[in-house]
Design a protein around this ligand. Structure first.
Ligand SMILES: [Fe+2]
Length: 192
């Protein structure tokens, strides 16, 4: 007999290989940033650098080490599926600060090819990201007993990448410290 698992959803994680350089770069950029709340996301939602998503902090703060590492991580992710060489374009990049008692509601990143997060500052208990099971049909196939979600605790220096359409949220920060992370949307095109 044989059983094959088809149509899985690939969620990737790995630690920054240039952690010290990335942390130093983000630290000096953070000191110059102003943060704001999205006007329609509710008061308990997290703060971000630009609620209109018109700016890209990679360019605005010249985060070269972070960008280099992000592209490397994306290529590792795509490289696990094929040897295709892609041009990686970081369409959006913003910083997120989640204060005590704040959270992020469930959402997805639309048509973006690859979305993700990097944890700059976290105590490991200030809110796990969770991904909803994208195969909702499985819920009625009770003998498979699927999980409704999977959850990753935040860890300093960790990248998590996932398809942009995958619904996710972040648990409430029930500690008394801020969590700071960087989120991004990436599109890829095949090199000619
Ligand atoms: Fe998100």
């Amino acid at each position: 007999m044989a059983i094959q698992q088809w149509f899985s959803t690939p969620v990737y994680y790995d630690y920054a290989s240039n952690y010290d350089a990335v942390q130093e770069e983000i630290s000096s950029a953070y000191a110059k940033m102003t943060l704001e709340k999205h006007p329609t996301w509710g008061g308990q939602n997290h703060s971000i650098t630009d609620h209109m998503f018109n700016t890209n902090i990679l360019d605005e703060f010249d985060l070269q080490n972070f960008k280099e590492e992000l592209v490397r991580q994306v290529k590792q992710y795509t490289g696990s599926f094929s040897d295709t060489d892609y041009e990686v374009s970081v369409e959006d990049c913003w910083l997120t600060q989640t204060a005590p008692k704040e959270h992020t509601v469930v959402h997805n990143h639309g048509n973006t090819h690859i979305s993700g997060v990097y944890y700059f500052q976290t105590n490991g208990k200030d809110g796990s990201i969770y991904f909803l099971n994208s195969n909702t049909s499985l819920a009625s196939t009770y003998f498979i007993a699927p999980d409704d979600y999977v959850e990753y605790p935040p860890t300093k220096g960790l990248f998590i990448l996932f398809p942009g359409w995958l619904y996710h949220g972040v648990r409430s920060n029930d500690t008394d410290e801020n969590r700071i992370s960087i989120s991004f949307n990436v599109n890829i095109t095949k090199k000619p």
